[in-house]
Design a protein around this ligand. Sequence first.
Ligand code: PMP
Length: 399
Amino acid sequence: VGCWDHVGPAPKDPINGVTEAFLADPSPSKINLGVGAYRDDKGRPVVLQCVREAEAKIAGSVFLESLSAVVNSKMIEESVKLVYGNDSDVVKEGRFAGVQALSGTGACRLFAEFQRRFHPESHIYFPDPTWSNHHNIWRDAQIRERTYHYYHHDSKGLNFAALIDDIKNAPHGSFFLLHPCAHNPTGADPTEEQWREISYQFKVKNHFPFFDMAYQGFASGDLDKDAQAIRIFLEDKHLIGCAQSYAKNMGLYGHRVGCLSILCSDSKQGAAIRSQLQQIARAMYGSPPVHGVLLVSTILSDSDLKSLWVDELKDMADRIRTMRTTLRENIEKLGSPLCWEHITNQLGMFCFSGLSPDQVDRLAREFHIYMTRDGRISMAGVTTGNVNYVANAIHEVAS
Ligand code: PMP
């Protein structure tokens, strides 16, 4: 018998499966609404101008180990400012442990591993539903998962009352994963008032909030506004964990640039936790590649490039919002008897359409439109050129 005879194929990933089906479809009118990455109004991937200019600025840099350490700490410093605020005390006093991570996924994985090392019996609470890879990441770190209520199928919004009940009923000191903005896949975010209540209840129960921030800037077009949830928790003096990704908001998907930060009670604890995180990373992949990090630190530490980025980020968020309005209007114009308000109420990259798995299958079969079977539409895939066609198809299968 061969050494690997007992190995069967892994279950298909629900998101990658959509791309495979899309690529296999020969129709020229096919549309991929499964993509998680931003596309412009022509459906093309985008390299931001700020990134092009940063590329030109760093061209020819020699990546010595010493440079890598400097660039790394600059990137971390600028990243934590984005999350916790330029003037936040935790940043000024160094009361955090920050490490560079392989994009948002890598930051989550590092945190899950850290959680297992120091709280091996703990669970992680995920919103129901959540990004499908969260299940894989914590499972591979051998942390058991539980879920908390999040989405309300009838309103296609947040089920706030049930969410609060679950926070209250979870054992003291539980670990919760929260999406601070642009919840994936539902696009349903708590309001400011609701975040205040959530933060208060976390305080009462001494729960640990871990924020997975993959879309800062994509919900409102404004970086600070999208960090509001975290700032509220900060005001309430929680010790927070946060995973950041530059895949979407800087369009650096392939560069895998991210940051994991954990707030600490003082700088001594910060140094201890940082050394643990660095050791975990070292055993997993040594150190991360430096090119993308250099791009991010160049953009964030140059005021012109940073304001260019802020403008470009707003343009991306605005395009998505415009497509939400147009898609909703077009479906309504067709005389749909159903309610489509949720298309514009939801925020960020995704619209949780409410289409059933059968309706999603029909969209693929009859209209060559592809999305995950939970009915999640990537709004980044909707363009001025295809919005009418998409609206017609949705109306057709939904009525
Ligand atoms: N968290 C959430 C909620 C996401 O939607 C994503 C991207 N789909 C990620 C993390 C990780 O993305 P990346 O590793 O590409 O930064």
